[in-house]
Design a protein around this ligand. Structure first.
Ligand code: SF4
Length: 194
């Protein structure tokens, strides 16, 4: 049974790991576009993109340049730090995601009933945590799973704060991807802020 599950996981990878291009983008370019669409404001930089793709900053810059040349992304200066650049999807980039080859797999998952989806989600999380993937390759994840997120108040007074960046986080942004994420069990104590 374990071998069968492994084969199914490998087959599912064909939707995001492929040769050549689909709708004009390579698998890496699709990965970058997908990431930038879901990244929070701290994580849209070239270095965060490089970290997410597991590549060098220069390779990530080439991927970003390819997206920019197709009108899917633009570089914008970051207001709080004029020396840094944010990689932002254009309206065309947002619309282009409708052609994402991974959507077919997503739609199949959405079609599962809630209980099956929840069991699959929990089982995959446990398997990946058991492999200790997060420590071998830093991965992006969402604030609500991060050890740095502090939640205070209730009802209308409920608010969130990131201990790492020492900044407030809007509730709607707590489900965006962050390249600085740390799982609650990844470290025994909080590291210093940047
Ligand atoms: S709480 Fe964690 S995931 Fe959220 S912005 Fe801070 S470091 Fe990133």
């Amino acid at each position: 049974m374990a071998i069968e599950i492994l084969k199914l996981l490998v087959r599912s990878a064909d939707t995001w790991n492929f040769e050549g291009s689909l709708s004009g983008l390579s698998d890496r370019e699709w990965m970058a576009l997908r990431y930038l669409a879901r990244a929070n404001r701290f994580s849209r930089t070239p270095s965060a993109l490089a970290s997410f793709l597991g590549t060098t900053r220069s390779a990530a810059s080439q991927i970003a340049a390819a997206l920019q040349s197709k009108g899917l992304m633009v570089r914008k200066p970051i207001v709080e730090d004029k020396r840094s650049i944010a990689l932002c999807l254009t309206g065309e980039g947002e619309r282009f995601l409708k052609r994402d080859p991974m959507n077919a797999l997503r739609d199949r998952l959405v079609a599962l009933d809630v209980a099956d989806r929840s069991r699959l989600h929990d089982a995959l999380r446990r398997v990946l945590a058991g492999l200790d993937v997060g420590k071998r390759r830093h991965h992006a994840d969402i604030c609500t799973e991060c050890m740095f997120l502090i939640e205070r108040g209730e009802g209308k007074d409920r608010h969130f704060r990131c201990q790492f960046f020492r900044k407030a986080i809007a509730q709607k942004d707590t489900t965006l991807l962050c390249a600085y994420f740390e799982g609650r069990s990844d470290r025994g104590q909080l590291p210093a802020s940047p």
